[in-house]
Each structure stands twice: as C-alpha cells, then as structure tokens.
Design a protein around this ligand. Sequence first.
Ligand code: PEP
Ligand code: MN
Length: 359
Amino acid sequence: MQFEPIFEKTERPIVIAGPCSAESEDQVLSTAKALAEQNIDLYRAGIWKPRTRPNSFEGVGVVGLKWLRRVKEETGLKVTTEVAKAAHVYETLKYGIDVLWIGARTTVSPFAVQEIADALEGTDTPVLIKNPINPDLKLWMGAIERIYKAGISKVGVIHRGFSAIDDKTYRNTPMWQIAIELMQAFPGLTFICDNSHICGRRDILQPVAQTAMDLNFHGLMTEVHPDPDNAWSDAKQQITPPVFSELIDSLVLREASSKDQEFLHKIEDLRSQIDLIDNEMLDLMGKRMKIADDIGMYKKINNISILQPSRWSEILATASAKGSALGLSEEFVAQILKAIHQESINHQEEVMSRAELEK
Ligand code: PEP
Ligand code: MN
C-alpha cells in the first residue's frame, strides 16, 4: 500500500483539536476562532455521537455540518467529524467536510467499515481510523485496508487507547507497542495520538502527549471546549483553548534519529545491553516453564488441581513489594506475573492431558 500524507506540513506536531461534541453554533464557532489563533491543523467536532448508553446526548446531527461549514468560511480551518455509516459519509460530502474519522466503536465492525469504504469510493477524502476498542492489531489493519481499497490513499490512524477492565489511571489503556507495530507494518500512514480518550481526565493529558511525541507520532487529537465542566459529553477530559495552548507549547520534540557518531555509538551500546538482558529473560522463561512441566506431572501423579489460589496471591504480593523496591510499577509486575502464570498453567495442562492420553 502506498499511503500519502494527510497534512502538507512536515514539522511535528500536527494538531487536531476541538470539542468532543458540537453543541451549538456559538460553541462551535467560538472554540474554532480561539483555536484558529493557535494555528491548529484541523478542527474536530462530533455531530453523531456513539454513546455507550442511550438517553445521553447523541449529537446534534446534520445541523452541525452547517456550523462546521461556517467554521471553514470564517476561520479558514479545515474540519473533521466522525462517520459511522454510509449515510453519514454522504452528508459530510455534501457539506465539504475535509477529513473524516472512524470511531473506535466502528473500527471493530468490518461490516460498518466496509459500508463507509463503499460510500467513499470515487472520492479522495482523507480518513483517520481510530484503533478498535479491543487490542486487536489485525482488526485495525483490516479497517485501514478496506478504506485504502476504496481508493483512499490519504489515510491516518489515531491511537485512542484500548478498553480495560481494571485500569485506574487511564480511561482507555494506551498500548504503544500495538501502535508501533502498526507503524512498522504500514509505513506512510499519518500517526495521531488522541490523548483525551486515552486519559479520560485532564491532569495527565500532557505526559501522554509527550510520550506520543517521543515515540514519533506525527500529531495529536485533543478535545478542547470553552467550558469543559459543562460539556455535554466527555466533560472530565476536555480543556479550554488557553490550557490547550500551554500543553502544545510544553511539548519537547526530539529528533527521530541523529547523525552524531558518539551518540549513535552510545545508543548502540545501550541497546546491545538491553538485547542481552531480553535474551537472558527468555532463557530463564524457558527454564521456568520446564519446571512448570515437572510440577504438572507431579500434580497429576498426586491428583492435585493446577490452580492453587493461596500460592498465587502469595507470589503476587511478594513480587509486587520487590518490584516497587526496584522502581517497577505494581501494574507492570502484576501484568508480567499474570502472563507467566498463564503460560505456566498452559504448560501444566498440556503435560497433564498428554499424560492422560498416554494412559
Ligand atoms: C470522540 O472522538 O469523541 C470519540 C467518540 O472517540 P472514540 O471513538 O475514540 O471513543
Ligand atoms: Mn469524546
């Protein structure tokens, strides 16, 4: 696939900002004017809102497209809104919406994405595709492929985090590794980080935006509202235009690579140290799982179940204390241990069922 950039400018960050939802003509226009002064690259406002439960504000609908058209006329800004079905696409095309975005709840549905792709066929409207709500890289790739196959080459993606059951920090857990894998698989895509939907709160928008810049994302999508506390949707995560301006100014942009020989040697040296450690960790895991196999066999002989909850909580508590002394977060330690524990259970099950078959 040969993607083309959505934005002409090459310096980072590309800035997409605007309210979660268009609420009134005045709110849409006044926010746009404030953001136009900050020279943002694209103005966002949702007019069809995919809400988790009914009976909450579901967007102003088509009338919002007129407001966005006025934004274009009066500020010169380009505008974008979310589309979730073919009818949305046709309406946005009528009103000259510059860029469309596909929301996280739509990316999960190949039928919906295909319907949007079919409606776009024959146009060259740029499309930004949010990650699906579940961490499934292939589903995200599939949506990109469907849009590209409809003849759209200006395609971008938005990392807006993934649904999590027990994340106390983020509304949607950022899974940077998935975004990085996508960057590597599909070079040429425009990469945007939606820090608002990742965070779900204002106080950590800046560090998440900074992380995105450090990982070479091209830009940000951030929700900006003139009166965030009284916003009709996503009130907790929106910020005012002046606060947004501070956020953008605070970002430190580092070069993606350097030509400085000394720097390159040093980095190479540090990377090879990391590679060594990663290798050792894998060797250790291999050894650990062999022991799990022995345990499985031993439990089988003695007719004892695989899972012993008391032992598991003991391991978790000890490791969490040790991890925190080493500067590792509780969440990270728990994640690693859970993954190791699951693999261990799989090994034990495998050993037990094999023993059963051989009886
Ligand atoms: C939005 O951008 O307002 C939105 C609904 O986002 P998401 O699809 O990421 O939930
Ligand atoms: Mn929102």
